[in-house]
Design a protein around this ligand. Sequence first.
Ligand code: XIL
Length: 338
Amino acid sequence: KDITPIKEKYQNDFLIGNAITSSDLEGARLELLKMHHNVVTAENAMKPSELQPTKGNFTFSGADLLVDKALAEGFDVFGHVLVWHQQSPDWMNTTTNAAGERVPLNREEALKNMQDHIKKVMEHFGDRVIGWDVVNEAMSNNPPNPTDWKASLRQSNWYHAIGPDYVEESYLAARKVLDDNGWDHIKLYYNDYNDDNQNKATAIYHMIKEINDRYAAENDGRLLIDGMGMQGHYNLSTNHENVRKSLERFITLGVEVSITELDIQAGGNHEQSERDRVAQALLYAQLFNLYKEHADSIARVTFWGLNDATSWRAATSPLLFDRNLQAKLAYEAVMDPV
Ligand code: XIL
């Protein structure tokens, strides 16, 4: 079978990325990764719990190895993630009360922890990365009123400790690092899933719009949030027309959009019927048609894993390459979506 690199097929459209662990940078996995992709995201290595497990003790060695090896192999690196409610250490935004219960930390301390983490991590990786997921998954999945984004925020530890402005404060801290160091080319992203859900997409839209409008008014029209990351963890009930509506809504914000964690669950038990294989390929084709149509606004399309065996959702065979690193029908669909 003729295997054309995905990154070649889309070279005039957007970068093609993948999520990596250290084993993806060796042997046959590295070969496949390199053939098809030009940018990588650390699947776990740059998360807060990895980088600052206890207060003030930064553990950069694992992430440094990964990043430097990826750069040496010719990949761009995208930074993931600075402020999140998962894979983040408890000390950042909670404390133990007299009764021994975990309660939110006071605003001042939590804000300082957040700002310190952002500054230290961003300055450490510097311009080895092309951008950052600054805030991840801040929005709830069922916004009570999508136009009221503050009331729609996830009730996370960050939210409870700091309040709804933790989102804006994160970007202000990250922007300051870029300004202080002259790293204008590094993009600051907001990243979230269920991006095809119109209520959630609407709430996110209003959040970015309000934060960016306020900043622009005081900063000569500059953006505070540069990009919207649609994670794209889809399944066979995802309707690509909903993905279209969200994508087109985000584009009207004037930010760049990237697809940051694409996979499509199809099947279970590490098995995929012919029917699921075909349905999965069809949805990949519909999505890449859509992405190509909006290539002017899309910077990057990143898959969340190289092959089905090592996916975080391995049981549902969500990727383009199978257990033996062989291209699936989904790969053919991405390469010939029309
Ligand atoms: C996932 C990783 O793939 C898993 O290995 C880990 O156990 C949990 O996190 N949204 C994100 C990613 O932003 O960081 C998550 O990655 C998947 C959902």
